[in-house]
Design a protein around this ligand. Sequence first.
Ligand code: MTE
Ligand code: MO
Length: 530
Amino acid sequence: MNERNGVRERRTLAALGGLVAGYAALAVAELVSVAVRPAASPVTAVGGAVIDRTPAAVKDWAIRQFGTGDKLVLQLGILGVLAVLAAALGLLGPRYRCQASAGVLIFGIVGGAAATGRPDAAGVVDAVPSLAGAVSGAAVLYVLLGRLLVKGDAQGGSAAREAPEPSAPRRRDFLVAAGAVTAFSTGAGLWGRRLNGSAAVDAEASRAAIRLPAPGSPAPRLPRGVDLKLPGLTPYRTPTRDFYRVDTALTVPRLDAGRWRLRIHGKGVRNPLTLGFDDLLRRRLIERDITMTCVSNEVGGPYVGSARWLGVPLAEVLREAGVRPPSRGGRADQLVARSVDGMTLGTPVETVMDGRDAMLAVGMNGEPLPFEHGFPVRMLVPGLYGYVSACKWLQELELTTFAAYDTYWVERKWARKAPIKTASRIDTPRPFASLKAGTIAVAGVAWAQHKGIERVEVRVDGGSWQEAQLAAQGPVDTWRQWMWQWPAKPGTHTLQVRATDRTGATQTTARARPIPDGASGHHSVVVTVT
Ligand SMILES: Nc1nc2c(c(=O)[nH]1)N[C@H]1C(S)=C(S)[C@@H](COP(=O)(O)O)O[C@H]1N2
Ligand SMILES: [Mo]
């Protein structure tokens, strides 16, 4: 073997040593995270920290590009970056193996800092998985690179280069050690995964065992004709599997309902409460149709859905805790909901207690909540955007003031208070559809939760507004379908829609981005008629 090839081989082995060390570090971290909590493992913690710091615009872009796969893409991206960095540290080679190992330790510190900085961090213990992983990885790298030393390197000299390529026995030594570390790491990593996963198995069993009681107050019967059932039109009730999902959770929390507790405390709480899941099921339950909307929904966007929810009236629970709304002399004007993953959402106490069907929801469309939608208990307040009302994986309700406390999204420049803006959307025809001239059904949904939709109008190419036909109005907290028969002539046309709610307010033409308190403007669709 000539010298060039030898150097190349040594480099390849050194990079491989870096990768093996990085792999060992992540595997050990995964196993140690069992003792702390799964979310403290470095990739999850760094991913969460990235999400916390990502500007809303980039988050929107990522969700648009990758849909619900955005979080997988993020994790793969982090693993890719780590792999490149680990290989680069390995390439520092045997002579700089102290520096290379120190580099691994620095990544451990970065990972540990990311973990302790997460909103759900329990404290410095969250850094332990990253640090333990890094120490193991550093040791592995030091030892493996040591196997690549050739005579002369040990003295730090470059003169005695009798064999620049690893001699056959050295190479075998290295590969045996690398193989052993890889096998051991795979074992440790899988074991850690399994232990972390068994908690999820318990959670799934607890969900499967739940029998939801019949509601004391069933959902009001829907009038005939709430659903026009037109092809291409969003159904009145969104099937659970099609319901949008918006949250910051890299891994969906899987809680055991049997161990779940909700703590209610804070300013003006005369009687602090701690409730378990069964305590909620023993109370009077209400069942309601409610349309939820995300503040980050663009005009015409998909983050809106309607479901039949089952839950405990939240105002009753607050009254039992001795809470009074500000209009009756209560000291707290903000109800801060906190989830197990550290998310915080702030809702006006006045709104929660004004008689609307704010609830601690335990059921969705006839089943316990799916894990993705907040099992075992989430909050819902009709008429408010999700980020100020709909806390999933709820574990704490704290009464405080808007002056004293800013929640997660408020710290990121979103509005403190955010009632849902009256909106309308064209579902059919689809944008850029090619249609045949004649009568075409234009249809969609409009929503003005807790107010109701009074009127929907459509216009073509900026002409005069034409009144659409409305489906029957269901409960006032749900959306309403509409339909308009369009006598379409050949050409390229722009369809536009606007809604008027029952307070008489018509949707503004003024376009606004979702941040800070929801998008506004008319949805329009361009189609071609031939
Ligand atoms: N714990 C937690 N709850 C959360 C969120 C979150 O990120 N974490 N996102 C909120 C937002 S912005 C919305 S719009 C709704 C979405 O609820 P869904 O995913 O069930 O549709 O949940 C809210 N509750
Ligand atoms: Mo949202």
